[in-house]
Write a protein that binds this ligand. Structure first.
Ligand SMILES: [Zn+2]
Length: 285
């Protein structure tokens, strides 16, 4: 059985490497289907599809349309904040390279993945996460390396990897606590500010230390509870606890505030956002 699993993993890996060796360049958007179309130069190159954000020149109308359809966070923003969101989103998309491991790419992919990053950092002044230049999108579960394992998302080197199917589910189930996009962006934000060599945000770092000291206590408490607010996965280590705290903060802020009001308040301060009291709060969004 173990041998079979190893064999399947190795075959999957070979398949991924073969796919990764083919590279495309830029794209236009088919306005009726939303499909990203390769330009002529890259027309006969198959998966993975590689799009430089600077070539994905989405109009404001397209961005709004996609966000309103799929991204409830955006729809709840008041108008000046929607404008700020769009402007940040555009800048973020332009600075990244999107690698799509599928035969077709859709405009929703770069737009919504970037939107998850913008949501998380919306109250911060530094939101570009410049350490991460590549965002890879897999249709669903994929094989991660070192150690070899099946993943739905991770952050590795300069790349944020996400499974599209599970990403979309995070935004569809708005009352569920799981949100893969926010989870991975939380890891990326941490990495940008504590592990990356450049462009760390000292304001975020200082504030994060407050989160760590109280978070440690909640982490230990949750480990002892049979049915806590957090999943078993979040109990794996403090980094997972942080990423899941972000998911709960945005997906179920009322529950977080009810069980751990101090932690909720610390996260509001850390991110300069207060989902429960928006737009009537004191943070400069
Ligand atoms: Zn994680």
């Amino acid at each position: 059985m173990e041998l079979l699993i190893t064999l399947i993993l190795i075959l999957g890996l070979i398949w991924l490497i073969v796919r990764q060796s083919r590279i495309g360049r830029s794209a236009d958007v088919n306005e009726s289907t939303g499909e990203l179309e390769m330009n002529k130069e890259a027309g006969n190159i198959s998966s993975p599809l590689v799009y430089r954000g600077e070539n994905l020149d989405f109009s404001e109308e397209v961005l709004r349309k996609v966000l309103i359809k799929h991204f409830p966070y955006f729809s709840r923003l008041v108008h000046p904040d929607q404008d700020k969101f769009i402007s940040r989103l555009r800048k973020f998309i332009r600075a990244k390279i999107f690698v799509i491991h599928d035969v077709k790419g859709y405009r929703e992919m770069p737009i919504l993945l970037s939107a998850a990053a913008i949501q998380l950092t919306f109250g911060l002044s530094k939101y570009m996460m410049p350490h991460f230049t590549i965002i890879q999108i897999y249709p669903q579960e994929f094989i991660g390396m070192e150690p070899m394992r099946i993943l739905i998302g991770n952050v590795s080197g300069n790349t944020i990897n996400i499974a599209w199917k599970q990403f979309l589910e995070g935004y569809k189930n708005k009352y569920d606590r799981n949100n893969l996009g926010l989870h991975e962006m939380a890891h990326a934000l941490y990495y940008q500010n504590f592990e990356a060599e450049e462009n760390r945000d000292s304001v975020f770092q200082d504030s994060f230390h407050h989160f760590t000291s109280l978070g440690d206590k909640v982490f230990e408490r949750e480990k002892l509870l049979l049915v806590g607010l957090y999943s078993n996965y979040a109990m794996k280590n403090f980094q997972e606890f942080w990423a899941e705290s972000i998911e709960i903060f945005f997906q179920s802020p009322d529950k977080l505030n009810e069980q751990y009001p101090d932690l909720y308040k610390l996260l509001c301060d850390l991110l300069s956002q207060d989902p429960l009291n928006y737009p009537n709060h004191n943070y400069p969004v």
